[in-house]
Write a protein that binds this ligand. Structure first.
Ligand SMILES: Cc1cc2nc3c(=O)[nH]c(=O)nc-3n(C[C@H](O)[C@H](O)[C@H](O)COP(=O)(O)O)c2cc1C
Length: 156
């Protein structure tokens, strides 16, 4: 049975909403898929290696006083606790959120991409959600289908 391990962080609930919409969409197409969700603040570096596929999801925040950064709790995991992690070619899917009122809109994606490539993971696909996620469920569902097609393990 295939498994997806999701590590995410959220303050407003937006990222969690997208993650939950994704899980619903994946389960509709791949009923047997085992999905595990974990908050970034609860994750240890070794949790990045759980599951056949890793999904990282973060909004864009002004962590450390500069806009365009990862959410503070994802920052603490990826840039601090897991700074020496080796992803061992693990397939990784990425979700970033942001708001177009900010200059560095959804720039969390750049940090997620950098983390995975620098730490030996394989980027499978990425999804950017700009502004409130409510009403963007169809976009998430389409991406879920794309993800299942790109990573056949997930649908097995
Ligand atoms: C203090 C603060 C800083 C933010 N900085 C950015 C930013 O630099 N770029 C961006 O695209 N969105 C920025 N946002 C918007 C959030 O990324 C967006 O509202 C997101 O949906 C929040 O989801 P979350 O609570 O699940 O992390 C910021 C929001 C706040 C409150």
């Amino acid at each position: 049975m295939a498994s997806l391990h999701i590590i995410y962080s959220t303050s407003t609930g937006h990222t969690e909403y997208v993650v939950d919409a994704l899980i619903d969409a994946l389960r509709a197409k791949a009923a047997k898929l085992k999905v595990e969700k974990q908050y970034a603040e609860a994750a240890k570096p070794e949790d990045l290696l759980r599951g056949d596929v890793l999904l990282l999801a973060s909004g864009t925040w002004n962590t450390g006083g500069t806009e365009g950064q990862l959410h503070p709790r994802m920052h603490a995991l990826l840039k601090e606790r897991a700074k020496d992690a080796d992803l061992q070619k693990k397939p990784c899917a990425l979700i970033a959120l942001g708001d177009d009122r900010y200059y560095y809109t959804a720039r969390a994606m750049e940090h997620l991409l950098q983390f995975v490539t620098k730490h030996g993971g394989a980027v499978a696909d990425s999804l950017v959600i700009v502004n409130e996620p409510y009403g963007q469920e169809e976009k998430v569902a389409k991406w879920a289908e794309k993800l299942l097609a790109k990573i056949p393990t997930l649908a097995s």
